[in-house]
Design a protein around this ligand. Structure first.
Ligand SMILES: [Zn+2]
Length: 269
């Protein structure tokens, strides 16, 4: 997929493209199998630096330390069902023109430098990370892949029966991981879960809504309108997040430690 197309597709963090069946379940797969698939995907992502130029954790230890502080802070929330089950991990992908983050099954989360640079504050980033944690924790990521590839292929992968095909399919899955879109229902669930997770942190629990607000504002003046015309209702999602915060009595006051810009400066380039 070309970079330009990719750019718009991967803004799909909040895409609601597909009208999907919400009733598919995960009875076939155990949590262990889901984690195993996530690990395979992560290995494949790591072995594809052209598509996924992941920042090295040792060379960029300060940036990772900053990010993991936010990430694991959110994961302390008792609302995260699999906080002690999944091997949670976050990686930074260096691509400044990509406003995206995504989650693979089993708690493997990826965030692009473009998104980190685009957001204005730690509250905003915490909101987005909460949203991605929710996609993994609510097993949206697994259900999406299951829907796309079918149970048969996934089972043979997990059972190691794929042979030579295995590497190829995992690579294919990995290549598409950032572009997977979720149904409206999954997006709404992840938005709401983000508010719940953040309610147990110092962050503004409506942090995720800043992203919609900013996209809406920028859409009037810059190249973002494509996003808005193909994926409407950022305003509704803004309001839904606000409503959810009010419903659970959670503060929407900014927390925003002033160090966010320092974090942005830790990124290469
Ligand atoms: Zn999402």
């Amino acid at each position: 997929m070309g970079r330009n197309i990719l750019f718009f597709v991967v803004i799909g963090l909040f895409f609601t493209l597909s009208a999907c069946d919400e009733n598919d379940n995960l009875q076939v797969f155990s949590l262990d199998q889901e984690i195993q698939l996530g690990q395979q995907l992560d290995s494949s992502i790591m072995s594809n630096p052209q598509e996924y130029p992941v920042l090295d954790t040792a060379r960029h230890a300060d940036a990772y330390s900053y990010l993991e502080n936010i990430f694991f802070g959110i994961l302390n929330s008792e609302e995260v069902a699999y906080r002690e089950t999944f091997p949670w991990q976050i990686r930074i992908i260096q691509n400044d023109s990509t406003l995206n983050a995504f989650a693979a099954p089993g708690g493997f989360v990826y965030v692009y430098t473009g998104l980190i640079r685009y957001l204005d504050s730690e509250d905003d980033l915490a909101g987005v990370l909460g949203h991605e944690i929710a996609h993994a924790d609510l097993r949206h990521s697994m259900r999406n892949i299951q829907r796309q590839y079918g149970i048969g292929i996934l089972l043979s992968l997990i059972l190691g029966e794929g042979g030579n095909q295995l590497t190829q399919i995992v690579a294919q899955l990995a290549a598409g991981a950032a572009g997977l879109s979720f149904s409206r229902e999954f997006e709404r669930e992840a938005d709401e879960a983000s508010v719940e997770y953040l309610s147990q942190t110092p962050y503004n629990c409506a942090g995720a809504r800043s992203f919609f607000q900013k996209l809406t504002e920028d859409g009037k003046t810059s190249g973002i309108p494509t996003f808005l015309s193909t994926h409407p209702n950022p305003t509704n999602r803004f309001e839904d997040i606000t409503d959810k915060a009010q419903a659970i009595g959670c503060s929407t006051q900014p927390y925003n430690p002033p160090s966010y810009q320092d974090f942005q400066r830790m990124l290469p380039g």
